[in-house]
Design a protein around this ligand. Sequence first.
Ligand code: GLN
Length: 189
Amino acid sequence: MPHAVGVLALQGSVQEHLAMLKRIENIAPRSVRTAEELKSVDALILPGGESTVIGKLLRTFGLMTILSNQISEGMPVWGTCAGTILLARKILGESPYLGAIDITVARNAYGTQSDSFRTTSRIAELSDHETELVFIRAPKIISCSAHVSVICSLGENPVAVRQNHILATTFHPELTNDLSFHSYFASMI
Ligand code: GLN
C-alpha cells in the first residue's frame, strides 16, 4: 500500500510539494483542507507561505487541535519555511502555533522579499551531491534544544533540523528540481 502523504492546502506552495511527491515511488500525494482529509493521511507537509495566514486558517477550519494531536501521536510532519514557524515551540515576539519542535525561530530574519536568496550545501545525511537551498523571506532558527538534531546549517544558524518524526527546513526544496528532501521525508514514514 502506498503511503498517503498530505500537503496542507490552505495557502502557500501546495502544488509544488504535490508535484514533487508524485515523483516518489510508493507515495500517494493528497491535498488536505478538511478534518476528514487530515485524519486520512499517514504524514503531512506544512508548506511555505505566510505563517500568520495558515495559522489563522488552521484555527478557523478547526484543524489546529486535530493536527496537534496527530503530531503528538507520532505522525511524521515536515514544515518548510512558514511551516517551520507553525511547528516551532517558540516564535520571537509572537505566540507559537503547534509548538511541536523544540526550536526558537525569528520570522523574516534575513530581511524583506528582495533579500531572498539561493545557495547550495552538501548535506551528507541526504545525498552525495550539492543540494540547492532556496530562501524566501525565511525565518532563522536561533536556538534548538539538545533533542533536536541539525541536518544542515548556514553560517551559525541551523536551516534543516529534525526531532524524531518532525522535520523542519527554513528553505523551499519544493521550488527546486532536487528530490532529496522529499525522499528523506518519505523515508521517515
Ligand atoms: N515570511 C513568512 C512567514 O513569516 C514565511 C515565508 C515563506 O514561507 N517563504 O510566515
